[in-house]
Design a protein around this ligand. Structure first.
Ligand code: HEM
Length: 358
């Protein structure tokens, strides 16, 4: 029912006699209740839209990491050799440059995709403001997303202008990981509050362990970017490398992965029969992703780092990190609107009316 239609039905000027034959007389109290219901419905619709926008932000941010990986492994990094124009004069690529048409299209496609990502996070930002009030954490995440994507647009430009300096490429990848974490956290936090066993409290020990999980996963990502910086896929044949021994870096990266897998196995075991079911599921999915990702990592190393496997490895890294963020969020209790720090215990989670969780 539209808001106008509903308000029409609750017109306070409606004659009382009419109600004698049928429905009970309308009072101020019932008018307010109806208006409240209409406002709640509009609020619900706004929050529903916010959830869809947040999901789109998750997908676009993961998507651009994959397309950025394609730019690198296809050697298209300088397909548009300058920035913000493609060739110094034109914003769009023209035929006849140094690079093949496909390489230029891949690089330029990645540039265009950044505007889709920007649109998705601006939509989240606007919708968060339209559906206020929210917990302070959601307000902060809504700021992080557009600021981070704008920073990525600039860093992408610096990456081209520094002729694909490996450290800039690594920073570009890692900033995307921050954005994926922000988008995934925001997406989960704007879902309806959990019910039943999912609203059970998570002990402080388990929460700390998920913090450790996030830290070790971040170390794996950073080391991965250093392996890349030492490796053959620079994004262009004429680009300098980090000067690190790729064998040593790959061993350090894989060792950190073993620590991560060990920690995840411990968490899966600890939550095998207890804890919120969705957290247990997320941990098992995480373990599965790590095993597949690890297998891809060893295979690509053994096969001399073929481009196609590197692309799969990059997508796997983004998905693994999104799942780590999910675990982190689901191990933490709900926040009230305007609150900053998570409260402990499920009592709060069960009694908070707002469908928002920390
Ligand atoms: C949970 C498991 C793993 C994760 C999350 C992960 C993540 C990453 C990340 C983020 C990168 C950098 C991507 C980029 O800069 O574009 C990378 C690169 C790399 N990883 Fe892993 N990795 C995992 C397991 C492994 C394992 C077990 C190996 C085996 C040695 C491995 C080998 C490599 C290699 C060789 C590269 C460089 C690829 C290139 O030159 O582009 N990874 N990894």
């Amino acid at each position: 029912m539209t808001r106008a239609a509903s308000l029409e039905q609750t017109d306070p000027m409606e004659p009382i006699e009419r109600s004698e034959a049928g429905p009970a007389p309308r009072t101020d109290h019932s008018d307010h209740a109806d208006r409240d219901a209409v406002e709640r419905a509009a609020d619900d619709a706004g929050r529903q839209r916010l959830r869809r926008f947040a999901l789109a932000a998750v997908i676009t941010n993961i998507g651009i990491v994959f397309s950025g990986g394609l730019v690198r492994v296809t050697g298209s990094g300088l397909g548009c050799p300058t920035w913000p124009t493609c060739d110094g004069n034109n914003l769009v690529p023209l035929p006849g440059g140094e690079h093949s048409g496909i390489q230029t299209a891949i690089e330029f496609g990645n540039r265009l995709l950044s505007f889709v990502v920007l649109a998705s996070v601006v939509a989240v930002f606007v919708q968060v403001r339209r559906t206020r009030p929210h917990p302070a954490a959601i307000e902060r995440l809504a700021w992080v997303l557009p600021i981070g994507v704008l920073a990525q647009v600039v860093l992408g430009g610096i990456t081209v202008l520094t002729r694909l300096s490996p450290l800039t490429v690594a920073g570009h990848f890692l900033l995307s990981m921050v954005l994926i974490a922000a988008a995934v956290a925001l997406y989960h936090r704007v879902q309806p509050a959990p019910t039943g066993a999912d609203a059970e409290p998570v002990g402080a020990g388990l929460r700390w362990a998920t913090m450790a999980l996030a830290v070790v996963a971040a170390v794996v990502l950073v080391l991965g970017t250093l392996v890349t910086g030492a490796g053959p896929h620079a994004g262009d044949p004429d680009v300098g490398r980090l000067g690190l021994d790729i064998r040593i870096m790959a061993i350090a990266h894989a060792d950190a992965v073993w620590a991560l897998v060990g920690l995840t196995i411990a968490l899966v075991a600890v939550t095998w029969r207890s804890g919120p079911p969705r957290l247990r599921t997320a941990l098992r999915v995480l373990l599965g992703l790590q095993l597949v990702q690890g297998a891809v990592g060893y295979t690509q190393y053994a096969l001399g780092i073929p481009a196609a496997l590197v692309a799969v490895h990059i997508l796997g890294a983004a998905l693994m990190w999104a799942t780590v963020t999910t675990v982190w969020v689901w191990a933490r209790p709900q926040l009230e609107e305007g609150a900053d720090e998570p409260e402990s215990g499920a009592e709060h989670a069960r009694t908070t009316p707002s469908p928002i969780r920390s």
